[in-house]
Ligand binder design. Structure first.
Ligand code: DC
Length: 212
C-alpha cells in the first residue's frame, strides 16, 4: 500500500509521515530531500552557470546517486544536515521547477517505491509520482502556524521564515510543471489546531478502511 502525503512547507508532512510509517511499519520516502540534493549539488557546482545552461540541471539531477533514508546520501556523501541549510531550501524550490529535474526525480522515486509499503511525502506524490496510491492526504495549516513551526524547528525569526515561506509557496504552487495542488481524490486535513498524534490517528483510521 502507498500513502501519499502532500502539502506546503511546514504543514507537518515530515513529522506526520515519519510517525505514520513507524506506526504502520511502512517504509518512508522524503521526496523533498531528493530535490534538496540536486539543489546542494547545483550550489556546489556554481549555481549561476548550472542554472543558465539549457538542460544542465536535468543532466546533473539524472546523474546523481541519491539514497533517501534516515541519513540522506548523495554520491556517497552524507548530506543529511547540509541539505537543510536555508540557501539549499531556496535553491530547491528553484530546481524543482525544472521539468527535466522533476522527470529524473519522479523516475528515482518510483524505482525506490517499486516494492513494499510506503508513506511518501512531497508536493506531487498523489498527483504525479503515485497517482494510484491507495490513500492520498493533503496536509495544510495556516501560513502563520507553518512559519512558527519551521522557525522552532530550524531556529530563526518567525517573521523572516514567514516571508521566505510565502515566496517558496508561491513558486511551488504556480510553477508550470507539477504545481503543488491536492489530487482530486485526496483527503484534506488542516493541522493548524491538531497535534501530531491526532493527525497520525486520523490517517491510520483512513488507512485501515482503504486496506480492507
Ligand atoms: O519538502 P521540502 O521543503 O524538503 O522540499 C524542498 C523543495 O522541493 C520545495 O521547494 C518543494 C520541492 N518539492 C517538490 O517540488 N516536489 C516534491 N515531491 C517534493 C519537494
Amino acid at each position: 500500500m502507498v500513502i501519499a502525503i502532500d502539502g506546503p512547507a511546514g504543514a507537518g508532512k515530515s513529522t506526520v509521515a515519519r510517525a505514520l510509517a513507524r506506526c504502520l511499519h511502512y517504509c518512508y520516502l522524503d521526496s523533498g530531500a531528493m530535490y534538496r540534493c540536486v539543489a546542494l549539488e547545483a550550489l556546489r557546482r556554481d549555481a549561476g552557470s548550472v542554472l543558465e545552461a539549457p538542460g544542465a540541471l536535468a543532466e546533473l539531477a539524472a546523474g546523481l546517486a541519491i539514497q533517501p533514508g534516515d541519513r540522506v546520501v548523495c554520491d556517497g556523501r552524507d548530506v543529511t544536515d547540509a541539505i537543510r541549510a536555508p540557501a539549499v531550501s531556496e535553491m530547491a524550490s528553484r530546481v524543482a521547477a525544472d521539468p527535466g529535474v522533476r522527470e529524473a526525480m519522479v523516475a528515482m522515486q518510483r524505482a525506490v517505491m517499486a516494492n513494499g509499503d510506503w508513506v511518501a511525502e512531497g508536493r506531487d506524490i498523489g498527483t504525479v509520482v503515485a497517482p494510484d496510491a491507495e490513500l492520498k492526504i493533503f496536509l495544510t495549516a495556516d501560513a502563520q502556524a507553518r512559519a512558527q513551526r519551521r522557525a522552532r524547528e530550524l531556529g530563526g525569526d518567525a517573521e523572516v521564515v514567514l516571508a521566505e515561506q510565502a515566496l517558496r509557496d508561491a513558486r511551488d504552487a504556480t510553477r508550470e510543471h507539477s504545481p503543488l495542488r491536492p489530487a482530486a481524490d485526496a483527503v484534506e486535513l488542516d493541522t493548524t489546531d491538531l497535534d501530531v498524534e491526532a493527525v497520525v490517528g486520523a490517517i491510520v483510521a483512513l488507512a485501515r478502511t482503504r486496506s480492507r
